[in-house]
Write a protein that binds this ligand. Structure first.
Ligand code: 2NL
Length: 344
């Protein structure tokens, strides 16, 4: 029995030494130490031994099992280390290779124009006001002196949701709502940027969805000269100190009198070119003094209060500033277009 155990030990150590992978090593562990392993088989025959021999053989069997266990463990550690070494070698990263640049997004050109205009007006004490894009007929039309049947309602073909609800056609309803909240007390000094919707067929100069910024200043003694000074500051801020403005009479249902503002053409210095269509002036926005009906409907005493309002299209501003010739560029979102105007 002694010899049998010794030869098991020698054979096991030999095989463990020769093993090349952990799967084979695991098989050897089962072969020698498992429930049906060779050592166990030998120990089963212990019953036939004499009383004196039993502890000696038992001790030997234990020692041999310990020796085999240790050999197995040592080998396993060696194999694992080699595997790790191999993996590290294969997965070495060349940190000197150039990286793949991450595509970083930026804010949209229109958001840049809107933020710039917000910055100017907040610096002059205005607050930014926002409101719903799905609007009631009342705030979108009625409260702005556009009663049912008014021809200007046809001028702005709208997306109706129900008889009473529609996608707002301008940001003016935000101003009407804000005036209402003031309960007849001035000043109201706000700027309202946002998306608006019209039932137009998209082409180079029309989009069924576009943006607008409107401004409103209601207080005692607000006059045309306040409007003109404000618009002059806006034009110079957006297009440069060397620009002049002029106001032409116009018509809007919610203002009286109404004006349109032109900005002097820089391309030709007033000589006349294709940008200004030979006039030396470029149309930029519409404005006027708030119609007394609009003030009264919003709860303001039109004998005591007056105000000015103006509205402009950020798309138009951006097109003039950057020579963009098709409004659809703002909404087709071709990155080659967008990237040219990325700001942080
Ligand atoms: C344009 C012209 C304009 C207004 C908008 C306004 C709002 C209230 C009262 C009176 Cl609550 N007026 N807004 C006034 C004049 C012109 O927009 O051509 N926008 C692109």
């Amino acid at each position: 029995m002694k010899e049998r155990l010794q030869s098991i030990k020698e054979e096991a150590l030999q095989q463990i030494d020769e093993v090349k992978d952990s799967k084979a090593l695991q098989d050897l562990r089962v072969k020698y130490l498992g429930k049906k392993g060779q050592i166990t088989e030998v120990l089963k025959g212990m019953g036939k031994l004499s009383k004196e021999e039993r502890p000696v053989i038992g001790q030997l069997a234990n020692d041999i099992r310990d020796a085999i266990t240790e050999a197995l463990d040592t080998k396993q550690a060696t194999l694992e280390e080699a595997a790790l070494e191999q993996q590290l070698k294969e997965e070495t990263i060349d940190v000197t290779l150039p990286g793949k640049p991450a595509q970083v997004g930026g804010s949209h050109l229109l958001m840049g124009v809107i933020r710039d205009i917000e910055d100017l007006f907040t610096s002059m004490g205005y607050e930014v006001a926002e409101g719903p894009e799905v609007e009631t007929d009342y705030y979108n039309f009625e409260a702005l002196n556009l009663p049912k049947g008014h021809p200007a309602r046809d001028m702005q073909d709208s997306f109706y949701i129900t008889e009473e609800l529609l996608m707002r056609t301008h940001t003016s309803p935000v101003q009407a709502r804000t005036m209402n909240q003031h309960e007849g007390r001035g000043p109201v000094k706000i700027i309202c940027p946002g998306k608006v919707y019209r039932r137009d067929t998209d082409d180079a100069t029309h989009s069924h969805q576009f943006t607008q910024i409107e401004g409103l200043y209601v207080d005692e003694n607000i006059r045309m000269s306040d409007l003109k000074g404000t618009l002059n500051a806006l034009a110079k801020y957006l297009f440069g100190e060397d620009r002049d403005i002029r106001l032409r009479p116009s018509y809007f249902p919610f203002t009286e009198p109404s004006v349109e503002m032109d900005i002097s053409c820089k391309m030709c210095g007033g000589e006349g070119c294709s940008v200004c269509k030979q006039t030396g002036w470029i149309e930029m926005l519409g404005a006027g003094l708030v119609h007394p009906n609009v003030l009264e409907m919003a709860g303001f005493d039109s004998e005591r209060y007056s105000g000015f309002a103006f509205g402009m299209g950020p798309e138009r501003i951006a097109m003039l500033k950057h020579g963009i010739e098709d409004i659809r560029h703002f909404y087709t979102n071709d990155v080659r277009f967008l990237k040219q105007f990325h700001r942080v």
